[in-house]
Write a protein that binds this ligand. Sequence first.
Ligand code: ZN
Ligand code: ZN
Length: 329
Amino acid sequence: MDNKGYVMSIFSFLLILPVFILLIVMVDVVGQENEIQQSTLNSHEILVVSQDVEVNSLIIGREVLRDESLKVINSGHPLSNSRKEIKDEFQQRMDLFCSRYPANGMEVKCEILRVDNSYDPFSVEFKSKITVEKGALKHKLNMSHNISLTNGSYPIYDPLPSVKCKTHGNMTIGGDRIVYGSSLAKYLESRGVKNFKAYENATSPLSIKKCPYDPYILHGNSKDLVNLKNCIENGFYHESSDGSCFLCRLEGKGVCSHYGMETFIIPAPSLSLSNNSSKAPSSSDHVIFNDTGDGTYSGQEILYFFDGKEYFKLYLDNSHRSKYGLPVC
Ligand SMILES: [Zn+2]
Ligand SMILES: [Zn+2]
């Protein structure tokens, strides 16, 4: 080979070199792209799973509230620490829910950190931490949600009447109302409350529904008290700083320190009109179920409806009359 030959092959090598370098760079770029695509896919999947867990935690949480309430209603035994018991049950159900994910090579956890009162007495708040991991990717999300007691595809029942009255006699359910029979009168009698007989065959709402007559003075708005009548017939609940909250109702407390709710307990209608100054325990449930000392005070009768045969009435003290816009006495 002469010198010319050497020069030619060095020259052709120099010509080919950039092609090699370009090929190596391209292979590397494709590899990186594959990695990026894979990690984009993974992170998209992780976000979808995390949202799935979040949405389902709201559904599962509401089921826990319903089931714990039914458990108390059926047994008549209150929970000793509703916040903890609901949190534990909620955690168990979330663990079960999350356990179906590892099949995708994914690790999913939802830790229930806390179950407690919400600022809204018609909701229960929970805090949770969702962690989703796949490969080198990890997604963490701290959440706080309110579970509504009133807005949902099924109602949530008030557990308090059962805890207070179940041991005092038969209670039945008629439509969406609790029919106390003699149990409520006997419960009041056992506490030495005067005029307990006024609550023989009384009724109160079964499920928790928020009253739309807001501001509450609208109840007494019209002369024939039609709003009050509608509120009672629908079994609505009202916000109340004296009434107990849902979580304390599960513990059988008629009153508590939290911002809570109240509803009316309605005496059975009567065939004759008693004199209008008759008195009996005031018909707010937090008055009737307040068994801490002398918590049950009396109220004066209000006739809110006459159907041509029977007189429909309740008893209210002046502070509740003012709250609902009814005439004070
Ligand atoms: Zn109302
Ligand atoms: Zn409470």
